[in-house]
Structures are given as structure tokens and as C-alpha cells.
Design a protein around this ligand. Structure first.
Ligand SMILES: [Zn+2]
Length: 508
């Protein structure tokens, strides 16, 4: 007897339709899975066998051949358990006359026939819509992400028995009302109003958020660099639906969406520890999962204590910062993942942390300081648009009752500036100033003559390279946008240059 079911796999960030053919014939009892299965799929044999028995069905004592198609595509993960099991039940005549041609099945089976959640269900559901397949049966744990896709009927299951019941038309899928309630609520983000003082740093972060620029904060321990960085998502503009779908697909494939999340509502904030490996940063490994640079897509990648990161990890950042994507090599193939993020870096001014501090003496030798700063490569420094010093709060600042703005007030201005950018960049495929290339800067940025002269003299005096030149113009454009001005004036340019030159003061 022969049966055919539909399953789904993942290539890069996209779902692909798989066909599972099951043939049961007389011969030496046993089960073979062919069609480039990986180890996890091969292990499926034992799970499927136990699950079928423990669900109260018969496991055929015959020769079973399972063929996964298309044959040239490597199949990984455990999500094929369910379509394989249903294929065996159909081919052995235990399912009755169910129509399996218009339903995709995904899910891992446990030995006692429970259906467990898997990674990548969101892109798999998107694939169903694209392929014109109207129905998908998925683990109830993944229901929230499946629900994010319109036009596909979803049945959520927690067991093999329930899956059979649904296919026979005698049961309906489970609901997870909890998933719906929680997915619609957004947890409050940390707010800038809780950060005393640090007005210069906040201004720089507002500019960075408004234009999507990379920023580096230098200051002693306890100055509040991490506190400031964590609040950046609270002033970034909300994600468009298109951005939210893209980010959610990444988290789904990485298995990080969680049982209660549908579409991601907030921009990602990733803060990998400095012991992170180059593979975890870039992505890859056995299953070619997205790395930190991709998990930060459309959000913030925060590297706390930058000089502590290994050089090979920092090297990985170059391609994403330059191209907005990262190529992950696997044994047989390579994937390109999106990775367009705002890079936020913090570092101490020296190994002990107190160089230039007003209260505590630095104990480092000149040599140690130089070695410490040399860890950050020139090419990486070059790609940071804004450099600011975050000193420790003075007593007057701590007790001052100067109005501390809330994130809502700041994000209002950021939003206005982003709208100006979007209008100016319409039709270019990019959305903020930081993403402009050299040609787009020439076309889109209007610089008044005195601002032009200022830039020219800074360029000569500070021996800037062409990359710095472009980056200063982009930042000055963002400052003009925040100011509600069309053209870049002297004061916009002066502030942009000031925010760039801390790089030299920091002893590059
Ligand atoms: Zn020191």
C-alpha cells in the first residue's frame, strides 16, 4: 500500500513544501527513510514507531520505505515525525478515506504520541499560503505564530490521536486562548525618564535612533551606559507590518518565538555576552541557525564592553554593517540572512575604567591603555557614526530637578524625523539616513555653503577618510531632520562633526 502526505522544511528563512511518500510492502520487517534525511530525521523512525503503538494503532510488521522529496534538499529537524506517522497509518489502511492532498502536517512526536512544538512554523505557514494549500496541522505550542498568517486554516494538535481525529473529520483543533491574550499585550519598555542627567548622551542617542546610526559610548563603570543602551528600543519607531513579519520569521526559525508570541511587536534588542563565539554571532553551526547579527535585524545590537570581545567575533560584524546581510556557510551550501541593525557599543576608557574620571584615579600605564584601545580595529571604529563620552554623574546632576524627558516625548521627535527621511528616500528601497550609500548622499542631501566649508576644513584638519566624510554628512542630515529643516546648515554640520571627533579624543 502506498500513501502521500505533505510536510514542510526550512531553507534559510523560508519554508519549503516537502512530500512524504510511504510504501508498505511484504518483505523483511523494518523501516527506511530515504531522500537526504539528517540525523534528527533518521531518529524519527524510533519516535514514530513508539508513538503509533502508544496511540493505540498498529505498527505494520512489514517493509516500510519513506521517501522525502524533493530529493536534492537536505531535510533537518524533527518536524517530519507527524507527516511520516500519518503516512504510515494511511498506507496501512488505519486512517480511512481522509484527503491528505491539501493539508500540510508539521510536528515532532514524543514516544507517548504527544505532538511537540518545532522551530520555523511561521515561515512554514507563510509557505502554505504561497503554495495555495489551505490547511496546516501544527503543534498547539506553535499556534500563536501560525495565527499571524491570514488565509490559511490552522488546526492545532497536542497528540497523534487528535491529528487522526481531525483528518477523519470527527474532531476539531485545539485553541490556546492564553496565546491570544498575551500576544496582543506589549510589555512596557524601560523608559528614559528613569535616567537622571546624561543630557548629552541622550541627545546623541536620539540622533542615533532618528537616523539609524551606529553609536559608541565611552565612560567609567557605573556611569549608566548599559542603562542608556537598554532604553534605545523605547524611542525607535514602531515596526511596519512588513518588518514585523521578517523579524518574526527569523525568531521562528531560531526557535525563539515562544509559545505565546505571534508576530513580534517590538524591535529586537540583542546583547550577546563578550564570550560569544564567532559562529553564534554570525550564525551557522550544524543547523545553520541565524546568529546574533540576524536576531538583531531591524533592531539594536548592543555590545557591552567591546574590547572584551574576541577579534574574530568583531571581524564577523564587518559584512553585516556594510551590506545589511550576512552569509553563513554550511558544509554543502550557504545561506544569506538579513542583518540590518543599529550597532550600539559601550567601552571603558581604559582597562581599569577610570581614565579621565573626576573621582577615581586611573591605575593603568600608558602602554596598557594603548593596548586596550588597539583591540578595537580601525575599520570597525570607522563604521561608528557617533562617539560620545558618558561621564559619571556629578552630584549637582543627581539632585537637579531639570525636566527629564520620557521616552514617549523623545520618540515623538524621532518619528517625525523618520517620516521626513522616508519621504525623501521614497523609491530607493531604504528608509533611514544611515542606509544611504555614497550616490544617494550626493543626490539627496542638500548642504548649505557655510556647512560645506566647515566640513571641508574639518576634513583637512582631522585627515578624515572618504568613509568618515560620508558618515558625517548622514548624521548632519539626521540632525537637520530632527530640526525640521530641509537643508543641512552650519550648526547641524558642527554637531555632527563634534559627535564624530570624540573618536580622536579617545586616543585612536
Ligand atoms: Zn585605567
Amino acid at each position: 500500500m502506498f500513501a502521500k502526505t505533505l510536510g514542510a522544511g526550512i531553507v534559510g528563512l523560508n519554508g519549503v513544501l516537502l512530500t512524504i511518500e510511504v510504501d508498505i510492502a511484504n518483505g523483511l520487517p523494518g523501516m527506511d527513510i530515504v531522500g537526504l534525511p539528517d540525523a534528527a530525521v533518521r531518529e524519527s523512525k524510533e519516535r514514530v514507531k513508539a508513538a503509533i503503538r502508544n496511540a493505540g494503532f498498529d505498527f505494520p510488521y512489514q517493509r516500510i520505505t519513506v521517501n522525502l522529496a524533493p530529493a536534492d534538499l537536505k531535510k533537518d529537524g524533527s518536524g517530519l515525525d507527524l507527516p511520516i506517522a500519518i503516512g504510515i497509518l494511511t498506507a496501512s489502511g488505519q486512517l480511512g478515506k481522509a484527503d491528505l492532498s491539501q493539508v500540510v502536517l508539521v510536528g515532532e512526536l514524543s514516544l507517548d504520541a504527544k505532538v511537540r512544538g518545532i522551530a520555523g512554523v511561521l515561515p512554514m505557514t507563510v509557505m502554505c499560503r504561497q503554495e495555495g494549500i489551505g490547511k496546516i496541522i501544527m503543534p498547539v505550542e506553535n499556534l500563536a505564530e501560525g495565527n499571524a498568517v491570514d488565509e490559511v486554516q490552522i488546526a492545532a494538535v497536542d497528540s497523534l490521536q487528535l491529528t487522526v481525529g481531525i483528518l477523519q473529520g470527527i474532531s476539531s483543533g485545539l485553541d490556546n486562548p492564553e496565546a491570544r491574550v498575551l500576544a496582543s499585550g506589549i510589555k512596557p519598555l524601560d523608559d528614559f525618564k528613569d535616567v537622571q542627567g546624561q543630557f548629552a548622551a541622550k541627545r546623541a542617542l536620539e540622533i542615533a535612533a532618528a537616523g539609524g546610526h551606529n553609536i559608541m559610548m565611552t565612560g567609567p563603570p557605573g556611569a549608566g551606559k548599559t542603562m542608556l543602551a537598554r532604553r534605545i528600543p523605547s524611542i525607535l519607531p514602531p515596526m511596519t507590518r512588513e518588518e514585523a513579519v521578517e523579524v518574526s520569521k527569523i525568531y521562528s526559525v531560531a526557535g525563539l518565538l515562544g509559545p505565546l508570541n505571534g508576530l513580534m511587536k517590538e524591535r529586537p534588542f540583542r546583547s550577546p555576552h563578550h564570550t560569544v563565539s564567532a559562529a553564534a554571532m554570525a550564525g551557522g553551526g550544524r543547523f545553520a541557525r541565524p546568529g546574533e547579527v540576524t536576531l538583531a535585524h531591524h533592531g539594536v545590537l548592543f555590545l557591552d564592553e567591546l574590547p572584551e570581545f574576541s577579534r574574530s567575533v568583531l571581524e564577523v560584524l564587518r559584512q553585516p554593517i556594510e551590506d545589511g546581510q550576512v552569509t553563513v556557510a554550511r558544509v554543502s551550501s550557504s545561506y544569506t540572512y538579513p542583518s540590518r541593525f543599529m550597532l550600539v557599543i559601550s567601552k571603558n576608557p581604559c582597562p581599569c575604567g577610570y581614565f579621565g574620571d573626576s573621582l577615581q584615579q586611573c591605575t593603568c600605564s600608558e602602554m596598557e591603555i594603548r593596548r586596550y584601545l588597539r583591540k578595537i580595529s580601525g575599520p570597525l571604529l570607522d563604521r561608528i557614526d557617533l562617539h560620545i563620552n558618558v561621564p559619571r554623574l556629578k552630584y549637582e546632576e543627581m539632585v537637579s530637578n531639570r525636566h527629564t524627558e520620557s521616552s514617549e516625548e523623545i520618540s515623538g521627535r524621532v518619528g517625525q524625523a523618520r517620516i521626513r527621511q522616508a519621504l525623501r528616500l521614497v523609491g530607493t528601497g531604504i528608509f533611514c539616513n544611515a542606509q544611504m550609500n555614497h550616490r544617494q548622499i550626493k543626490e539627496k542631501c542638500e548642504i548649505l555653503t557655510d556647512a560645506q566649508l566647515l566640513l571641508q576644513s574639518a576634513f583637512e584638519k582631522m585627515k578624515l577618510n572618504a568613509r568618515s566624510y560620508d558618515r558625517i554628512i548622514k548624521v548632519s542630515q539626521t540632525i537637520a531632520d530632527l530640526d525640521g529643516q530641509k537643508k543641512i546648515s552650519f550648526s547641524h554640520m558642527a554637531e555632527a562633526i563634534q559627535l564624530r571627533i570624540a573618536i580622536f579624543e579617545n586616543g585612536k
